[in-house]
Design a protein around this ligand. Structure first.
Ligand code: SAM
Length: 292
């Protein structure tokens, strides 16, 4: 076994060797604690036949732990300056491919088909760049990739919103957008001290496992998300008021909104934050003929 990249001493030595300076704009906060890395990887339940997709390898701290626990690792890095570093630090591992690309623009499905043709258990495992956490998750979910799920580090506040249950302050359209596709839970809370440089915010690792089928069947998925977003625009307002303000021609079609709420068996005076995904699904289907 090789010495971990992610000790403070080794990380500093690698950064010095390459004269690397962190780019805040790319969310570069590298992990310097091998225990945290081991815990992240164990949350993914990989086997020697699994594949791992990583976003943002940095200098390879998490990548090497994935390389030890999976059959194949493909890692997308946007920062060209890290490519020679990774070539060096990951040289002991022959099962890692680095793709130089912005993950948001990458054809991840094609990369999986090319790099992991015979692997049928694939997890996304990453310490995400916090400035694009939500766009990355939404892209990878919308891409309908052949993956089991995600184990990803992010800002704790976003982790709380993603995993929130109805009736809580953190519950909102992001909770629904993710929980429509996956079960979502916080796997661990991570202190700032395990990063270099330390971020300003607390962090958490969440685990998302894709549903075999969504928790509610709807006529039109995109419209479900239109309805949920509209329902949370002003959290203190009732669902009826938010739908009037947020749906196209909502003000002119009050009666249709009231009828749809009744058909879905939802009191118009409730707030969006009390509705389950199933209730939003019923509501979206009832509104669909008039607003989609
Ligand atoms: N995995 C490393 C670790 O844990 O030490 C680094 C994690 S750091 C929080 C985020 C990484 O994502 C950086 O290496 C950064 O350059 C990279 N990154 C930022 N935006 C990206 C994007 N749009 N696509 C791919 N990589 C990105």
């Amino acid at each position: 076994m090789y010495k971990d990249i992610a000790t403070p001493v080794r990380t500093k030595a690698i950064l010095d060797k390459y004269g690397f300076s962190f780019k805040k704009s790319l969310g570069q906060n590298f992990l310097i604690d091998p225990n945290v890395l081991r815990n992240i990887v164990s949350q993914a339940h990989l086997t020697e036949n699994s594949g791992a997709i990583e976003v943002g390898p940095g200098i390879g701290a998490l990548t090497e732990h994935l390389a030890r626990g999976a059959k194949k690792v493909v890692s997308f890095e946007i920062d060209q300056r890290l490519l020679p570093v990774l070539e060096d630090t990951l040289s002991p591992y022959d099962n890692v491919t680095i793709v130089h690309s912005d993950i948001l623009k990458a054809d991840v499905e094609a990369v999986i088909a090319e790099q992991m043709p015979h692997i049928d258990d694939i997890m996304v495992v990453a310490n995400l760049p916090y400035y694009v956490t939500t766009p990355i998750l939404m892209k990878l979910l919308n891409d309908r990739l052949p993956i089991r799920g995600f184990v990803v580090m992010m800002q704790k506040e976003v982790a709380d919103r993603i995993t929130a249950k109805p009736g809580t302050k953190a519950y909102g359209s992001l909770s629904i957008a993710i929980q429509y596709y996956c079960t979502a839970e916080v796997a661990m809370i991570v202190p700032k001290t395990v990063f270099m440089p330390q971020p300003n915010v607390d962090s958490a690792v969440i685990r998302l496992i894709k549903h075999n089928k969504p928790p509610v069947e709807v006529i039109d998925e995109d419209f479900l998300f239109v309805v949920t977003r509209a329902s949370f625009v002003q959290r203190r307002k009732t669902i009826f008021n938010n739908l009037q303000a947020g749906l196209q021609h909502g003000k002119a079609k009050k009666d249709e909104i009231l009828a749809a709420l009744e058909a879905a068996n939802i009191d118009p005076k409730r707030r969006g934050e009390t509705l389950t995904i199933e209730e939003f699904g019923r509501l979206a289907d009832a509104l669909h003929p008039h607003f989609a």
